[in-house]
Design a protein around this ligand. Structure first.
Ligand code: HEC
Length: 163
């Protein structure tokens, strides 16, 4: 009886553990590779008059170092640029000041020229909680279509505004 139980456990864990490992990497596909944007530094800010959003554009260390040394044409492999968006709001005590309102999400572009040659060497993704998830093909196509306007600028709109 106990033997059967043990054998069952062994069989179960043999099947389960690779499945668990896969589920883990599947739900955190780029996490280990890129870390969280929360400690990154500011590359620029923007205000979309059409969408009424304010944005902070952050870069990982590779992006910041490339920007500081003026080596962004093209951006090096390993660059990740994050775009954090908030709905615009006016300051309650100073209505001429536009400030961040409700948080609207964090998107990313990830440079890996060997892995993503069809989309200019960039992957397009977004953060779900702390995890950077690469967008599916369909969504990526919409991102890339608009960013293609910036083809001669390595597909990046932001001009680093580092001080
Ligand atoms: C209709 C045009 C359009 C589409 C579609 C679009 N973007 Fe952008 N994106 C922009 C513009 C304009 C900027 C610069 C202004 C700003 O900060 O919003 C920008 C900036 C960015 C930035 C900051 C780096 C840079 O290029 O300046 C990231 C990251 C980004 N977009 C990710 C995405 C992702 C991911 C998608 C798809 C889900 C996407 N974008 C779809 C127009 C677009």
């Amino acid at each position: 009886m106990q033997k059967t139980y043990l054998a069952g456990l062994i069989v179960l864990s043999t099947f389960l553990s690779p499945a668990l490992v896969n589920a883990e990497t599947a739900s955190h596909p780029e996490q280990a590779l890129h870390g969280s944007y929360k400690d990154w530094r500011v590359l620029g800010v923007s205000h979309r008059l059409d969408k009424k959003y304010v944005r902070a554009i952050l870069g990982n260390d590779i992006a910041i170092n490339a920007a500081r040394s003026g080596k962004t044409q093209p951006w090096p492999d390993g660059t990740v640029i994050a775009k954090l968006s908030w709905k615009e709001q006016t300051h309650p005590r100073w209505p001429q000041a536009v400030i961040p309102g409700e948080f609207a999400g964090a998107e990313a572009i990830i440079k890996d020229s060997k892995k993503y040659p069809e989309t200019g060497g960039w992957a397009f993704g977004h953060w779900e909680g702390g995890n950077l998830v690469i967008n599916d093909k369909e969504k990526t196509a919409t991102c890339f279509a608009c960013h293609t306007i910036m083809k001669d600028h390595d597909y990046v709109f932001t001009e680093p505004a580092l001080q």
